[in-house]
Design a protein around this ligand. Structure first.
Ligand code: C2E
Ligand code: MG
Ligand code: MG
Length: 601
């Protein structure tokens, strides 16, 4: 008992000593645990695959994780303080500063999107979530920021927006964008009492380029055209693509005169050849123009009117523009109707060939005939080629129609030969559209038709216009050489109306020039036409070409042509174009292929 009493204070001291020691151990242990925990969490933050930073209460950054440093390619020493700000895109800096300083001041969380420079030199979009953090005492200790790379997401969003408002191929605004832009432009024009012009541009023969050279060439050509159109306008104008080969340009503060100048500029820009693969493609366009407030007050009808005017321009020939007029509406309707009927005409066998004799002037012998297409439509009656061939060229129907003409003409000529009529050659017109972009196809097609019909190639004469061969002289020469090697004869039709020179034509293996009807018509009354015809005959002869005078109607013309040494003639004087049966009769009637020619006095 005594001992216990004696020991009590001692034991008490020991107890408190032991307690103190245990407390100390516990403290150390907990400090260690805190340190372990801190290292643990720090290593998580440091190794996290997202970008993390920490700032002091005053906003100065004092730590960045490894992902951040790897992203920027900079060291911790370079980034801390305000170093990291150098990586922010200059355009995003002001916005970042404002949000960040506000958050530091108010100590509240923030969310920021900005572009941060990647170590590869490009900027990437980052979303940065900043959260305030507190120390053990619960005091505000700064911010921790967690950043995610959202570049892909941004890009997708941009693409979606682009899809909605921009044309994926050329990057130009699309119809939806245009609609918004023009209603804005129209209200401004209305307010200011200004005019506004809308240009509807359609490329000529684009479908043929696409079909013959392939869609990727077509696509690249469209991109080149888009770029060139942009060079023809002011900053305030809008160039857009409606789709296909159709473009629309809006010209605020512009009337008829200004719009016409832009149209001319476009023609000049497009004619410069665009290199696409091994091709040098120059395009022409047809342009329709409508004006606010003259033609209409709203977008849809301005667009429709410009489209109508564009169709008129197409009919008037390549590279031309037209200002809309109310009278055009009716014509546009007719053309549309014709295109629809034309689509069915081949299947319904509504086409027929007429044949016009070609006569050798010296002998009066019928040496050939030209096949000329007619369209017999139950409602429209007999339609002449000058009316429907341009429509067929525009909508691509010229390819099947051209093939039909060639096959029908060769078959008919072979039939006449089999029937015992004196063999004559048959001339077939090739449309420039058929020839220019489908050159190899033309050679194959002709070989195929000759094979199918069994007509010998030397009886076939292909008629091409000057513009068809001059469009791509090298390409044309190559194809014409192939046709020549097959023994097919080649004639230049409507000679004198194009821009080729005789010396240039030397390069092509052609056999005949057909003097255009317009020169023959006024031979007797117009000394200039007489001089031109004489010159063509003598220069043509010096190049060893046969000369045919088209549209010869009178004996006076015949007399002049004979004196000048013209080889052959074709025209109403001998005969109008005749149906096949009539031509056979004509051949028989004219004593086995000779027509009576009035002898010179
Ligand atoms: P082209 O090839 O120059 O054909 C001659 C045109 O002149 C024909 O008109 C013919 O009927 C006309 N003609 C002939 N002699 C006379 C005359 O003495 N006086 C007058 N006033 N005219 C005469 P058509 O048949 O109306 O053909 C017009 C054009 O249509 C042709 O001009 C040709 O460029 C084109 N064409 C005709 N058939 C075809 C075809 O099958 N394919 C293609 N691509 N074009 C064709
Ligand atoms: Mg012809
Ligand atoms: Mg002709």
């Amino acid at each position: 008992m005594e001992l216990v009493k004696w020991l009590k204070p001692y034991l008490a001291t020991c107890g408190s000593l032991l307690k103190a020691r245990r407390d100390e151990e516990l403290r150390k242990q907990s400090e260690q645990e805190v340190e372990i925990a801190r290292d643990f969490y720090l290593s998580i933050l440091d190794n996290a695959p997202i970008l993390i930073w920490r700032s002091e209460p005053n906003g100065q950054c004092d730590w960045f994780n490894s992902a951040w440093l790897q992203f920027t390619g900079r060291t911790l020493a370079q980034e801390i303080g305000e170093g990291w700000i150098e990586g922010i895109h200059p355009s995003d800096l002001d916005h970042c500063y404002q949000i960040y300083l506000d958050a530091v001041h108010a100590r509240h969380p923030f969310e920021l999107e900005y572009r941060l420079r990647h170590h590869d030199g490009n900027y990437r979009w980052i979303v940065d979530y900043g959260k305030p953090f507190h120390n053990i005492e619960g005091e505000f200790a700064g911010f921790i920021g967690y950043c995610f790379d959202i570049t892909e997401r941004k890009e997708t969003a941009r693409q979606i927006e682009n899809l909605a408002y921009f044309d994926a191929l050329t990057g130009l605004p699309n119809r939806a964008f245009l609609q918004g832009r023009i209603s804005q432009a129209l209200s401004i024009s209305e307010r200011d009492g200004d005019e506004l012009a809308l240009l509807f541009i359609d490329l000529d023969n684009f479908k043929t380029i696409n079909d013959s050279l392939g869609h990727s060439v077509g696509d690249r050509l469209l991109c080149a055209v888009a770029k060139q159109l942009a060079t023809c306008v002011r900053d305030m104008d809008t160039v857009s693509r409606l789709g296909g080969d159709e473009f629309v340009i809006i010209l605020p503060e512009t009337g008829a005169a200004g719009a016409s100048i832009v149209a001319e500029k476009i023609f000049n820009a497009l004619i410069i050849p665009h290199p696409v693969d091994e091709h040098e493609l120059s395009v022409s366009a047809s342009i329709g123009i409508s004006l606010f407030p003259h033609d209409s007050w709203d977008f849809e009808s301005l667009l429709k009117h410009a489209d109508t005017a564009m169709y008129q321009a197409k009919g008037a020939g390549r590279s031309s523009y037209q200002l809309f007029t109310q009278a055009m509406k009716e014509v546009a309707h007719e053309r549309h109707d014709m295109e629809n009927r034309l689509r069915k005409a081949l299947a319904k066998q509504e086409f027929v060939l007429y044949y016009q004799p070609q006569v050798e002037i010296v002998t009066g012998r019928i040496i050939g005939t030209e096949a000329l297409i007619r369209w017999q439509n139950p409602e429209l009656g007999m339609v002449f080629p000058t009316k429907f061939i341009p429509v067929a060229e525009d909508c691509g129907l010229i390819t099947p129609i051209g093939r039909w003409v060639l096959e029908e003409a060769c078959r008919q000529n072979k039939t006449w030969q089999t029937e015992g009529l004196p063999p004559i050659s048959i001339a077939v017109n090739l449309s420039p559209t058929q020839f220019i972009y489908r050159q190899q196809h033309i050679v194959d097609m002709i070989a195929d038709v000759l094979n199918i019909t069994g007509m010998e190639p030397q009886y076939l004469e292909v008629e091409l216009t000057e513009s068809a061969v001059m469009h791509d002289p090298d390409g044309a020469a190559q194809i014409l050489r192939q046709l020549n090697a097959m023994q097919v004869k080649l004639a230049i039709d409507d000679f004198g109306t194009g821009y080729s020179s005789l010396s240039y034509l030397k390069r092509f293996p052609i056999t005949k020039l057909k003097i255009d009807r317009s020169f023959v018509r006024d031979l007797i009354t117009d000394p200039e036409d007489r001089a031109i015809v004489s010159a063509i005959i003598s220069m043509g002869h010096s190049l060893k070409l046969k000369i045919n005078a088209e549209g010869m109607e009178t004996s006076e013309q015949l007399e002049f042509l004979r004196r000048e040494g013209c080889d052959e003639a074709q025209g109403y004087y001998f005969s109008e174009p005749l149906p096949a049966g009539e031509l056979a009769k004509f051949l028989r009637r004219n004593s086995q292929g000779y027509v009576a020619i009035i002898q010179s006095p």
